[in-house]
Design a protein around this ligand. Structure first.
Ligand code: TPP
Ligand code: SF4
Ligand code: MG
Length: 351
């Protein structure tokens, strides 16, 4: 809402992480989104998660498409790499960047229009390829930036601010990501930092395609009675499947959760996810069960949040393609241009 520059001075007593950085070091420019926009709360969650994970900001590459949601990378991780791509095309840019340099942590930020409407094909392929990334959709059910048209995630029968009724079936990106083979699939709500921050931390530690759909009310065009993506609707219909905390391996594992109600999952990088199950029968390692559960709850008008599915021993695109370990920019000419003999041998193998 404001264009004033942020003060550079930090309070000397601000808590520091293991790298000596404060939370302020993970911030970006001041947001120009509407006051109360859910997207700003998600940016705050991202800042908190990377601060808590002690990740040096320059190790992160944040990529986005076009939309209010896709503008948000400007408002966090100001010292990270960033690329604002074309509407709906962030996944292919991210895939290319990841192939060229596997050493960075890739964070894709998108909107429901960006990913479920114009970018649906790109969304599908980045999930099925298992690109090592965290992919966040800031889902408000509308094209916020272009003044509130229904997006492809708007529920059938939901109303726009002007009273128009959506007659089309919605696309559930969580169900789609599960079907397409994403190995970490979650949904959260922008107004639930306690759930969102551990989810982002766990997604960063996950190897492979990690997808988080975050319901994020648009206060300008989709926060009114009749919308199923409003603050009130989500608060009333939220069904959290688990409560989780994420612990990096160096931290002693302590938790005050009641014994017997905890499920621990060791992730690929040694990090650990602790899930407190609210539903005794919910199993986050069962892809088919997750889909059935989502459909069941959706039929009751409920929005399921939490970690829906995780495959702890997951793999990624680099493993599938057997790519070189080093980023391409550190390879020598002799590796990058192996010469005619090598080319002849590749061509011969393909005949
Ligand atoms: C190729 C192309 N088509 C259409 C547009 C116009 N446009 C810009 S943002 C947008 C929708 C954004 O919606 P969403 O991704 O949900 O983001 P939000 O603003 O809701 O966060 C559209 C249609 C564009 N910029 N480029
Ligand atoms: S138009 Fe909606 S999505 Fe865009 S900044 Fe305003 S509240 Fe957020
Ligand atoms: Mg949107």
């Amino acid at each position: 809402m404001t264009y004033l520059a942020k003060p550079k001075l930090h309070h000397p007593d601000l808590p520091k992480n293991a790298l000596g950085f404060t939370r302020r070091d993970y911030e970006g420019a001041i947001s120009t989104l509407c006051a109360g926009c859910g997207h700003d709360s998600i940016s705050a969650g991202i800042i908190q998660a990377f601060f808590e994970l002690d990740i040096p900001p320059h190790r992160v590459a944040k990529l986005s498409g076009i939309g209010c949601s896709s503008k948000t990378p400007t408002y966090f991780l100001g010292n990270s790499h960033g690329f604002n791509s074309v509407h709906g095309r962030m996944p292919s840019v991210l895939t290319g960047a990841a192939l060229a340099n596997r050493d960075l942590i890739y964070l894709g930020v998108s909107g429901d229009g960006d990913s479920a409407s114009i970018g649906l094909g790109q969304f599908a392929h980045v999930m099925r390829r298992g690109v090592n990334m965290v992919y966040i959709v800031e889902n408000n059910g509308v094209y916020g930036l272009t003044k509130g048209q229904f997006s492809a995630t708007a529920d059938r029968g939901s109303k726009s601010k002007r009273g128009a009724v959506n007659s089309d079936e919605p696309i559930d990106l969580v169900l789609l990501a599960l079907t397409l083979g994403a190995t970490f699939v979650a949904r959260s709500f922008s107004g639930d930092k306690g759930q969102l921050v551990p989810l982002i931390r766990a997604a960063v530690a996950h190897r492979g395609a990690a997808f988080i759909d975050v319901i994020s009310p648009c206060v300008a065009f989709n926060n009114h009675p009749g919308s199923t993506k409003s603050y009130d609707y989500v608060r009333e219909h939220n069904d959290a499947v688990n409560r989780l905390d994420f612990m990096t391996p160096r931290e002693p594992i302590t938790a005050d959760y009641a014994p017997g109600s905890i499920r621990e999952l060791v992730l690929h990088d040694g990090g650990m996810l602790r899930l407190r199950k609210l539903h005794a029968d919910y199993d986050p390692s069962d892809r088919v069960g997750a889909k059935a559960y989502l459909e069941q709850r959706r039929a009751q008008g409920e929005v399921v949040t939490g970690l829906l599915y995780v495959q702890p021993d997951s793999s990624d695109m680099h493993a599938a393609l057997e790519t070189v370990e080093q980023p391409l920019n550190v390879l020598a000419d002799v590796d990058l241009v192996p010469g005619n003999a090598a080319l002849d041998s590749v061509n011969t193998s393909l005949r």
